[in-house]
Ligand binder design. Structure first.
Ligand code: ZN
Length: 481
């Protein structure tokens, strides 16, 4: 899982930033042709992006299907060939995550999720998403974003010898991926759309697919997501507005979109068989109980808390938002050494410790207080040895509210146990399965003949159709089972 390396990433690149401030130069933006202040050189940009990409690859597995990875890469590299900055070390990966998203690190390290692939319906839509992300890189949005973010937080980084745990208290839990990199302003998003349009049309894709893609994202955003990464709509503003803008670009496009490529069936056949939604093998919630069938453990979070299975941690927060708990791996080899290392961090003091076992598993625990920015935090930490790993269960809140949460923390930290429930251990994911329609029919009729395990509204979104709309005979339609 994670050790919150985000801080050290910032620490390292800050030194580079200071250097670059001394040699700040006005550079011409490769994609827009405008002169602008550039705080980050191309080699720094690549180095930063590479760190972010490595972090992502350490935290989230890739979709194991090499045909899918190769296909996405081949579509992407053709777009790179018609874009500015073709000589960057471009890489494209599909992450095994249910969230519907795509994102770019500076220097050309681009990621799509399995979730977004299962929601798209053509290669042209894929080209639209890839073109948009390539646009963020060619227009150096990421680089300027990083320099702004780093200028903003520079004081924090320089002024503190922040331990990983205190960094977590500071609210960076779950940003171990450097997800802060991925939020751009509205103008940057519109510009990336424009560049995406440029690249996809240069490669002869029908640009109307960008509108259908935004429409899909808009419909999808009305439904709750389940991935471990944030979703597209949380990092991209105004889908309606972006459809309208793209429709405008299409209407003033000099070519005839009808002559351009969509490649619907080809795309669908490559993505046929992908897991749809959360993969329960990576852990799933059943109410407040979190089960991990592959790691064979179960744990119960406090009742009524908001929970999330993130790439780097399983976290929960109290309804009032004033208390947090998180399950992660510890780096140390035993519960006892992990506890010693935890309590040895500056700013942390042990209140009381114990080494009692947790449901038969070797454990080491402590109540502690921590001081951050003159704020006193109090919490409990429990380390548990299980199956060759050491797990860390942490719960904390403000020192003045600790009394209110003590029993919740204590129940949570001692709830870790072996998963023995057969049904939970055997839980399997569902997949996208293509069906060639034997006759024309509505999605409702299709769902009767070929039932899916997901609700029909979601099935409509992933097939890009409306309920009641008749689909022609011979069309490839996604079933999920
Ligand atoms: Zn974007």
């Amino acid at each position: 899982m994670n050790d919150f390396r985000w801080w050290s990433i910032r620490g390292v690149t800050f030194a580079g930033l200071m250097w670059s401030l001394l040699v700040t130069a006005c550079a011409v933006n490769p994609a827009t042709g405008k002169r602008e202040l550039s705080l980050v050189s191309e080699s720094q940009e690549i180095a930063m992006g590479q760190q972010g990409a490595e972090e992502t690859l350490r935290s989230i597995p890739l979709v194991p299907d090499s045909a899918v990875q190769r296909y996405v890469r081949s579509v992407a590299m053709r777009l790179v060939g018609v874009a500015e900055r073709p000589n960057l070390p471009w890489t494209f990966h599909v992450l095994d995550d249910a969230a519907v998203n795509a994102f770019a690190y500076p220097g050309g390290f681009i990621f799509l999720t399995r979730g977004i692939l299962t929601h798209m319906n053509s290669e042209a839509e894929l080209a639209g998403v890839l073109g948009h992300e390539i646009g963020h890189v060619t227009a150096r949005h990421t680089a300027s974003q990083i320099s702004k973010a780093q200028l903003f937080t520079a004081g924090l980084v320089v002024g503190s010898v922040v331990s990983s745990t205190v960094a977590q208290f500071a609210g960076t839990a779950g940003t171990g991926l450097g997800l802060l990199f991925m939020k751009f302003g509205r103008d940057a998003e519109y510009q990336a759309d424009e560049l995406g349009f440029r690249y996809m049309t240069r490669d002869s894709y029908d640009p109307r697919a960008m509108s259908s893609m935004f429409t899909m994202l808009q419909r999808q955003s009305a439904m709750s997501g389940h991935g471990r990464l944030p979703e597209w709509q949380s990092t991209h503003p105004d889908p309606e507005n972006r459809v309208a803008r793209n429709d405008q670009r299409v209407s003033s496009f000099p070519g005839d979109p009808d002559t351009l490529r969509i490649s619907r069936d080809g795309f669908l056949r490559v993505t046929d068989g992908l897991i749809f939604g959360e993969d329960p093998r990576q852990g799933f919630f059943d109410g407040p109980t979190f089960n991990h069938p592959d790691l064979r453990f179960t744990i119960r979070f406090p009742e009524g808390w908001a929970t999330r299975n993130q790439p780097d941690a399983v976290v929960a927060s109290s309804p009032e938002g004033d208390a947090m708990s998180a399950l992660t791996f510890a780096a140390e080899a035993s519960a006892r050494t992990a506890l010693t290392a935890f309590l040895g961090q500056s700013g942390i003091q042990s209140v009381r410790q114990n080494t009692s076992s947790v449901n038969g598993l070797t454990g080491a625990a402590a109540e502690f207080v921590a001081v951050l920015d003159q704020k006193r935090l109090q919490g409990m930490v429990q380390f548990v040895e299980y199956d060759g790993r050491v797990y860390r269960l942490l719960g904390y809140t403000g020192a003045n509210t600790f009394g209110r949460y003590r029993s919740a923390f204590s129940q949570y930290t001692t709830s870790f146990s072996r998963l023995t429930d057969r049904a939970a251990l055997d839980r399997q994911p569902v997949h996208v399965r293509l069906v060639t329609l034997p006759r024309s029919m509505t999605l409702e009729a299709f769902n009767q003949a070929y039932p899916s395990t997901i609700e029909i509204d979601r099935l409509a979104v992933i097939n890009g159709v409306q309920l009641g709309e008749t689909m022609p005979r011979g069309r490839l339609v996604k079933q999920v089972r």
